[in-house]
Design a protein around this ligand. Structure first.
Ligand SMILES: NC(=O)c1ccc[n+]([C@@H]2O[C@H](COP(=O)([O-])OP(=O)(O)OC[C@H]3O[C@@H](n4cnc5c(N)ncnc54)[C@H](O)[C@@H]3O)[C@@H](O)[C@H]2O)c1
Ligand SMILES: [Zn+2]
Length: 426
C-alpha cells in the first residue's frame, strides 16, 4: 500500500515540545455543528413530531410518519451463534454492573444524628444507539443491560432508521421497553423535550457522532446526560519486545469505527515503531473498511518515539485517550500514574475488541480528551442519590448553639427560631 504519509513524531525533532503540545487535547465543539444543532433542537422543541419527521427525511433520507416512529413489531430471532454471543456479553455486562452497585448507607455524625444516602433508579431514561455506519449491537448491550440491572422501569431506545434486524433484536434482548427509529440531533431533541408521540425522559445516555454528542451537550439542564462519548480512539504505549502485529491490529481495530477516530502509538523503541507501521501496511490490505482506515491513518494517526517510558506516560496523560493499551513489562506498576484514560487494557492478550464487545465494563467511554474530566458509563449513573438526615432531640440540643450562631451570621432569624422552638419544648 505504501501511499499513506504516516505522521511520525520523535523526541529528537527540533520542534518536539511544540509537537508534543499538539497532542494535548481539550474538548471543544465546532461552531458550525453547534449552530446546526441549535437550530434543529429549537425546531423539535417548537414543532415536535413534524420537525423530527422533516429532519429524518433530510439527514437520514427516510420518509417516516410520526405514527411509525415507534417500532412495536417483535424482532425475529437471529441465528444461534449470534444469540450465543449476545448472551455471553449480557452475562459479563450484568455481572460487572451488579458488582459495582453502590449500597444505601448511613452513619452517625459527630452529635449522633443519623445521616446517609439512598439511591433510586431513574424512572424513564433515553438511550441513543448509533446506527450511522454500522449496527452497534454491543452499544445496545453496554447501555441498556446496565439500565435494566439498575432497575430503570422505562428504557427508551432511539436509533437511526432503518434499524438493522439484529440490532433490533439486541435492543429488545438487552431490556429496552420502547424503541423509536429516529436518530441524530432530532432524536436527542425528542428525548429531551418530548413530542406528541414520544414522552420526554429524565436522562439521556449513549454515544454518537459529532452531531449527537453536541446535541446532548446542548440539552443539559433540560435533562441530565451521562457523558460525551464521541468517535472512538485508542492509544498504545509499548516498549521493546512487544508484538508489533498485535499492536497494529488493535490500532486498526479502533480506527475502523469511523473517519473521525483517532489513534496514537507511543514507544521509546524506534525499531518497534517501524515494525508497527509495516504491520499496519500489511494488515490493511485484507481489511474491508479501507476508506475509513486510510482517512484515519492519513489524518488522525500519530506514531511517536519518546525518549523514555516516563515521557510516554506524560504524553498519554495529556492526550487522555478513550482506550489505552499498555504493552510494557509489569504494566500494573504504572497504573497509579494513569488517571486520564477511559479504560486501560493490560498486556498483549487484552485485545481492545474484547472490551468493545463483551468483557464487562461499558464501552461507552469519554473521547476527544474528555477523559480528563469524565469517566466511562457505570451503573451508578442510572441512579439518583438522595441524602437523609435524622435528628433526635438530644442530638439537636447538642449543636443548637452552633445552629443559632450560623443563623445570626447569615441574618436568617427564622432559621434560628426553628431551632429555639425545639430547644424550649419540654
Ligand atoms: N465513545 C464510545 O463509547 C463509543 C461507543 C460506540 C460508538 N461510538 C462512536 O459513535 C459514532 C457513531 O456514529 P455514526 O455516524 O455511525 O452514527 P450516529 O447514529 O451517531 O449518527 C448518524 C446520525 O447522524 C445524523 N447526521 C449525519 N450527518 C448529519 C449532518 N450532516 N447534519 C446533521 N445530522 C447528521 C443523522 O441523523 C444520522 O441518523 C462513531 O463515531 C463511533 O466511534 C463511540
Ligand atoms: Zn472499538
Amino acid at each position: 500500500m505504501g501511499m499513506i504519509d504516516f505522521k511520525i513524531l520523535r523526541f529528537s525533532d527540533p520542534d518536539w515540545n511544540q509537537k508534543k503540545k499538539a497532542l494535548s487535547r481539550t474538548y471543544l465543539s465546532s461552531k458550525e455543528i453547534e449552530e446546526k444543532v441549535k437550530t434543529v433542537l429549537e425546531e423539535v422543541l417548537h414543532r415536535g413530531d413534524k420537525a423530527v419527521s422533516q429532519y429524518t427525511e433530510q439527514f437520514d433520507k427516510q420518509s417516516i410518519e410520526p405514527q411509525s416512529f415507534r417500532i412495536t413489531k417483535k424482532p425475529s430471532a437471529p441465528p444461534k451463534p449470534v444469540i450465543d454471543a449476545l448472551r455471553w456479553a449480557k452475562k459479563n455486562i450484568t455481572l460487572f454492573a451488579k458488582a459495582s452497585k453502590t449500597k444505601n448507607w448511613s452513619i452517625r455524625n459527630v452529635e449522633g444524628a443519623r445521616v446517609g444516602e439512598i439511591y433510586s433508579p431513574f424512572q424513564r431514561i433515553g438511550v441513543y444507539v448509533p446506527g450511522g455506519t454500522a449496527p452497534l449491537v454491543s452499544t445496545a448491550l453496554m447501555t441498556v443491560c446496565i439500565a435494566k440491572t439498575a432497575g430503570v422501569k422505562e428504557i427508551v431506545v432511539v436509533s437511526p432508521p432503518p434499524i438493522n434486524p439484529i440490532l433490533h433484536f439486541a435492543i429488545e434482548y438487552s431490556g429496552a421497553t420502547e424503541l423509536y427509529q429516529i436518530g441524530g440531533i432530532q432524536a436527542i431533541g425528542a428525548l429531551a423535550f418530548g413530542t406528541e408521540s414520544i414522552r420526554k425522559v429524565e436522562k439521556i445516555f449513549g454515544p454518537g457522532n459529532a452531531y449527537v454528542v453536541e446535541a446532548k451537550r446542548q440539552v443539559v439542564g433540560t435533562v441530565a446526560i451521562d457523558l460525551l462519548p464521541g468517535p472512538s480512539e485508542i492509544a498504545v504505549l509499548a516498549s521493546s519486545g512487544s508484538n508489533p502485529e498485535f499492536i497494529a491490529a488493535d490500532l486498526l481495530a479502533q480506527a475502523e469505527h469511523g473517519p473521525s477516530s483517532k489513534i496514537l502509538f507511543v514507544t521509546p523503541d524506534d525499531s518497534l515503531l517501524q515494525s508497527v507501521i509495516e504491520a499496519i501496511n500489511q494488515q490493511l490490505i485484507s481489511l474491508q473498511r479501507k476508506h475509513i482506515l486510510m482517512e484515519v491513518l492519513s489524518h488522525h494517526a500519530y506514531f511517536v518515539q519518546v525518549a523514555s517510558l516516563d515521557e510516554g506516560i506524560e504524553l498519554i496523560e495529556d492526550f487522555a485517550p478513550e482506550h489505552l493499551s499498555l504493552q510494557i513489562p509489569s504494566p500494573k506498576k504504572f497504573l497509579f500514574r494513569l488517571k486520564n484514560c477511559g479504560a486501560i487494557y493490560l498486556g498483549p492478550y487484552s485485545a481492545v475488541a474484547a472490551g468493545d464487545f463483551l468483557a464487562g465494563p461499558s464501552h461507552t467511554l469519554p473521547t476527544g480528551g474528555g477523559a480528563k474530566s469524565f469517566s466511562g458509563l457505570t451503573l451508578s449513573q442510572f441512579y439518583k442519590r438522595t441524602s437523609l438526615i435524622e435528628y433526635s432531640k438530644k442530638a439537636l440540643l447538642k449543636v443548637s448553639p452552633f445552629l443559632e450562631s450560623f443563623a445570626t451570621i447569615e441574618s436568617l432569624d427564622a432559621h434560628g427560631a426553628s431551632i429555639k422552638i425545639r430547644r424550649r419544648k419540654k
